[in-house]
Design a protein around this ligand. Sequence first.
Ligand SMILES: [Fe+2]
Length: 171
Amino acid sequence: MHSLHELLKDQLKDLFDAEIQFSAMLPDMIEKATSTDLRQGLSDISENTLENITQLQEVCQLLETAPTGVTCEAMRGLIRETTQTTGGQGDTATIDACLIANAQRIAHYEIAGFGTAKAFARCLGKSEAATLLGKLASRAGDHDKMLSYIATGGWFSTGVNQEAIEGSTSH
Ligand SMILES: [Fe+2]
């Protein structure tokens, strides 16, 4: 850690690895989900995560670095917890609620990671990189809001949490 520029490059490599890990986890999450809204939501997140990977490559190009060489240990932990959900048994609505809990923790990690990287890039005068990172942060924010909506419901549904209150007794 010798300068903010070096730190930013390191953070980008970490984020790149985090997105690769999440992207590899998402198909199992989609398969495990029962709610149609959740399946659709996770599919959208999956598509966006692939786009994030491409855009992080672009940001790395702008900073003249390769996105490889770092393992994101935090995402490893989050993925390990998610694997417990996808491998678990029980009430389908409760499993959906748990998948949402896992995905929202990941979304918040992304918001923090992309937001910090954006601030570093802006500080270094890398405005194009900062703009791209800002888009990634707000996309993660959109995912978080969408997951909250699926969990707590709205006009057209009561939400996964409400369904999970009943648990296996109603299924
Ligand atoms: Fe990380």
